[in-house]
Design a protein around this ligand. Structure first.
Ligand code: PLP
Length: 409
């Protein structure tokens, strides 16, 4: 329990960075930069480790597509048994295309449109995580029109301190997500007004990159206490996600989160769902970029905030390392992109080898989650290719966008 083993498929061999058994520089030379590079083994190992950690609860694991929805990665996760947590029709389309069965698909989000709800009901998804009374009313209306009874959880905002970045905290007072307990009670009291909805239980997503297992304990205890007090029959609990990965500092391993959560739920005969995104895919990719210019306090590279917005948006930290390991003196610098925004940085105050030259390659680590999926065409730049390595082979799993696609998309 609690072992600190980091799953790492990106390491130096004879001073060259490898992804599994492939020299990263070889791919950079072939396809040009920038690009996202994934390790299949890293992805699968994280999924399996998560599944094993929580196995005493036999949960349904619905991988959260918003972290990364590359169709090839989805197919791999599907083959391991993953379901899907979706927030849009685009994600529903991709989940179904990957072969994920509808009975393993759950739909979250504060602003589901009528079209989205209708389509998802038609496709027989397993569950809606409803975020307001108005939304529940609309789900009920659509289900009645289509004559299909539909499963719903009520998303509770437990109003607790989650100790993560305020942009990715969702379970605190004042957040737009979920409902407070008063609203939940009212819905349950008026259950008969929603005859086409099976209210099975609650949804509880506290935020992302939550580093403290105690936060989960506080939230779960709070919900179980309230449920007991109101004598509510709870048959399903979707605990969302928020499980952290190592970016800069070490974090508690997933086994510690499992050890904190499992004893609270084991034996209660409640079906459990998790919706991990970052934990599954975050460590499994690097963003490979090339140094364009060395200029005073800056290393200017060919990847920017349009490719990876996390540093600019959240001040997020990603390790940045050269593809060629060079020992010796280092210099302090800022690694920035080519975008016309002062917020376009990938790393501030970093130490890189003094001998770094224009044309050298760098790897921005742990960019598998909320990397490509949050990328844009800002400054009319093209979306990046994605490459998947498996042992000693690699394949392109998304081509670099073409300029024509800026017009005809
Ligand atoms: N479920 C819901 C409802 C979310 O909003 C998110 C992320 O925002 C996730 C799951 C995935 O979270 P994480 O990437 O922390 O695993």
């Amino acid at each position: 329990m609690g072992k600190e083993v980091e799953i790492n498929n990106f390491s130096y061999y004879k001073n060259n960075l490898y992804c599994e058994e492939v020299k990263v520089e070889r791919i950079a030379g072939k396809i040009g930069t920038p690009f996202y590079l994934y390790s299949r083994d890293c992805l699968c190992s994280h999924y399996k480790r998560f599944k094993k950690a929580f196995s005493p609860l036999s949960p349904l694991i619905c991988y959260s597509l918003k972290a990364n929805s590359n169709p090839v990665l989805l197919k791999i996760l599907k083959s391991l048994g993953a379901g899907a947590d979706i927030v849009s029709l685009g994600e529903l389309f991709l989940a179904l295309k990957a072969g994920i069965p509808p009975e393993k698909i759950v739909f979250a989000g504060v602003g589901k449109s009528e079209e989205e709800i209708r389509e998802a009901v038609k496709r027989n998804i397993y569950l809606f995580n409803a975020e307001s009374t108005s939304e529940l009313r609309l789900i009920n209306k659509i289900a009645a029109q289509l004559k299909k009874k539909i499963n719903c959880n009520l998303r509770v905002n437990p109003q607790i301190q989650t100790k993560t970045h305020r942009y990715i905290a969702t379970g605190e007072k004042g957040s737009k997500f979920g409902m407070d307990w008063e609203e939940i009670k009212k819905i349950l009291k008026n259950k008969n007004s929603f005859p086409w909805v099976n209210i099975l239980g609650f949804h509880l997503h506290l935020g992302s990159q939550i580093t403290s297992p105690e936060v989960y304990q506080t939230a779960i205890k709070k919900i179980l206490n309230l449920t007991q007090k109101e004598k509510i029959k709870l048959s399903l609990l979707d605990l969302g996600s928020g499980f952290p990965i190592i970016y800069e500092k070490k974090v508690s391993p997933i086994e510690n989160f499992a050890a904190a959560i499992i004893p609270l739920l084991k034996g209660l005969k409640i079906k459990i769902i998790f919706e991990p995104g970052r934990y599954i895919v975050g460590n499994s990719a690097i963003l490979v970029t090339r140094v364009l210019y060395l200029k005073k306090d800056f290393v200017i590279v060919d990847a920017g905030l349009n490719d990876l917005i996390r540093p600019c948006l959240y001040g997020a930290y990603h390790k940045i390392i050269p593809l060629k390991k060079i020992s010796g003196k280092r210099f302090l610098t800022n690694i920035v992109g080519p975008i016309c925004e002062s917020g376009d940085f990938l790393g501030k105050n970093r130490r890189l080898p003094l001998s770094l030259k224009e044309g050298d390659f760098l790897a921005i680590k742990d960019t598998g989650a909320y990397g490509f999926s949050m990328s844009s065409n800002y400054n009319c730049r093209l979306k990046l290719p994605e490459i998947l390595v498996s042992k000693n082979r690699y394949k392109i799993i998304r081509k670099r966008e073409k300029y024509e696609e800026l017009i005809y998309r």
